[in-house]
Design a protein around this ligand. Structure first.
Ligand code: DMJ
Length: 589
């Protein structure tokens, strides 16, 4: 046996000995043929793999194109229009598969936020994820609803139009059922006139404009009627708080009895829209919301900048901060947007004039940092400038870009470049922190560019709002990339098992993410996710020619303006078309 094993192993060895082949050419030829055959098989397989890969890649492309077509079909029932505001026609650009993927991710985020709200806080104002133990990353959270706005279902109403625009119709229908069966404004609650208007009246009107469903308009009337007595002051400047049952109105104690500028001047869009849609002029007529602007116009300063406190009895401003951030911001925003809502006609010319005056004032507040020359909008008290800017003021680049087209060519490009510069600053509010999320406000010290002041982040939308406008108005895809980076930072830091929460401190990382707070703000669903979704959508989806966004990102359809007393005639004209015939990619209405 030993001998036979050794003889078989010597037979094997001789096949790898070159002499075995060299001695006989026939063997050499056979070896060559074997080598060529093996190489051919190997090459053939490689080619097959490559061909399959190419095929797979083509299929993926096709899937993306089909997904896009599907998106278009889903949006078929949304009134859409091709924008003329753009300096270039973005609709003519080829479909970008990256854009579609990003849009889908934002939609996933909305589904996650909405499903969490549905599961844990249905019908409440906001979803809270409260830490059960000591505050630490990853601790268990209680998941419950809180009624920060008096139990009006703020998140649900704020989300209606976002759901609709994203094509989440099942969720929209379920929310609609809640509005029909459970939305009750008869609450003995001292509500904020401003918050209730921008979230609830605005959200309902937008849902009405998109769906044409009368239920939303009826509810909008109900809540607006409860808010109206707030304007019953000697000057017409409203009180900022009102009881929803008895109509008793007052101002918060901490303002010393004054009304707040933004709270008093951010109702015009919604109430004018309500008059247009109901045919009832009472919401917009002079004793109510429009009188505020007339009153303020009487003593409007040369720089168009108003301090944040106004006396509702005398209609005069009090010595206080001038800012495009908290408590000032949307007053300026609405001067521009009411002009747009009114089709830029003579009837609303004074709004544009006041806005342009305020823009002169804004220019006087613009400063630049050292060493990097970031432009920022400072604040002012008396004659002193304060080197501080709120993230809230980051809506301004978008507003300036939106208003820039109303100037002549020279001024227009000057304002557009300022908007772009300010957006770069706001983007850097995010990029300059370890979490890549912005703090609530920033200070600017010589030689240090920007430093975080108040360091929380509560999922605010203002920067992505401006990126959305700049993308729409310039076609520059950089703004999409910036928005995508911000979105990813929200995903990384703020996404939790039950929805999304803010951060307590954007400057501190624990296990690679920021320390969380416990609140999913309703404006995250109303604004942040909606603007991000639209940032990655064709511009014809909610065209800026046909829609104007209220300050809570609720799109209101632009219709011809109603003059007081012309209510019923106007009502016919405002019969909102909900099914537009599609033309082109997303269509023209
Ligand atoms: C929103 O409610 C509105 O955008 C408002 O005008 C300002 N604050 C929040 C979002 O930050």
């Amino acid at each position: 046996m030993a001998r036979s094993r050794s003889s078989s192993s010597s037979t094997t060895w001789r096949y790898i000995n070159p002499a075995y082949y060299l001695k006989r050419p026939k063997r050499l030829a056979l070896l060559f043929i074997a080598f060529v055959s093996v190489s051919f098989v190997f090459w053939d397989r490689q080619t097959l793999v490559r061909e399959h890969e190419e095929e797979l890649w083509k299929l993926k492309e096709e899937v993306l194109q089909l997904q896009n077509q599907l998106e278009e079909l889903k949006h078929d029932d949304i009134p859409v229009h091709k924008t003329n505001l753009t300096t270039m026609n973005i609709d003519d650009l080829p479909i970008d598969p990256i854009e579609i993927q990003r849009r889908e991710k934002v939609k996933d985020a909305m589904i996650h936020a909405w499903t969490s709200y549905e599961k844990y806080a249905w019908g409440h104002d906001e979803l809270q994820s409260k830490p059960l133990k000591a505050v630490f990353f990853g601790q268990p959270q209680s998941k419950n609803g809180v009624d920060s706005f008096g139990g009006l279902g703020a998140t649900l109403i704020d989300s209606l139009d976002t759901l609709y625009i994203m094509g989440l119709h099942e969720q929209f229908q379920k929310a609609r059922e809640w509005v029909v069966t459970s939305l009750d404004f008869n609450k003995n609650y001292d509500a904020s006139v401003f918050e209730t208007t921008i979230r609830v009246v605005g959200g309902l009107l937008s849902a009405y404009d998109l769906s044409g469903d009368n239920v939303f308009l009826e509810k909008a009337k109900d809540i607006a009627d409860r808010l109206l007595p707030a304007w019953d002051t000697p000057s017409g400047i409203p009180y900022n708080i009102i009881n929803l049952v008895n109509g008793n109105a007052h101002n918060p104690g901490w303002t010393g009895g004054d009304s707040i500028l933004a709270d008093s001047g951010t109702e015009q869009l919604e109430f004018i829209a309500l008059s247009q849609r109901t045919g009832d002029p009472k919401y917009q007529q002079k004793v109510f919301v429009e009188n505020v602007i007339r009153e303020l116009n009487k003593t409007f300063p040369a720089d168009g900048l108003l301090p944040i406190y106004i006396n509702p009895h005398k209609g005069t401003t009090s010595y206080s901060t001038i800012t495009f951030g908290a408590m000032g911001d949307s007053f300026y925003e609405y001067l521009l947007k009411v002009w747009i809502q009114g089709n830029k006609t003579a009837a609303v010319k004074h709004y544009r004039e006041m806005w342009e005056t305020s823009m002169k004032g804004l220019l006087s507040l613009v400063r630049r940092t050292e060493p990097s020359s970031f432009a920022y909008i400072s604040e002012k008290i008396g004659s002193s400038l304060i080197d501080k800017m709120d993230e809230l003021a980051c809506f301004a680049p978008g507003m300036i870009a939106l208003g820039s087209s109303g100037y002549g060519p020279g001024e227009s490009s000057k304002f557009l470049s300022l908007a772009e510069e300010l957006a770069w600053t706001c983007y850097n509010f995010y990029q300059s922190t370890p979490t890549k999320l912005a703090g609530e406000n920033y200070f600017f010290h010589s030689g240090q560019d920007m430093t975080v002041g108040t360091s929380w982040n509560i999922l605010r939308p203002e920067t992505v709002e401006s990126l959305f406008y700049l993308w729409r108005l310039t076609g520059n895809k950089t703004y999409q990339d910036w928005g995508w980076n911000i979105f990813q930072a929200f995903e990384k830091n703020s996404r939790v098992e039950a929805g999304y929460v803010g951060l307590k401190d954007v400057s501190t990382l624990i296990v690679n993410t920021g320390v969380k707070d416990n609140m999913m703000q309703s404006f995250f669903l109303a604004e942040t996710l909606k603007y991000l979704y639209l940032l990655f959508s064709p511009p014809s989806l909610i065209s800026l020619d046909e829609w104007v966004f209220n300050t809570e990102a609720h799109p209101l359809r632009i219709v011809s303006r109603v003059a007081p007393g012309e209510g019923s005639k106007q009502h016919k004209a405002t019969n909102i078309r909900v099914r537009a015939r599609r033309e082109g990619r997303f269509g023209k209405a």
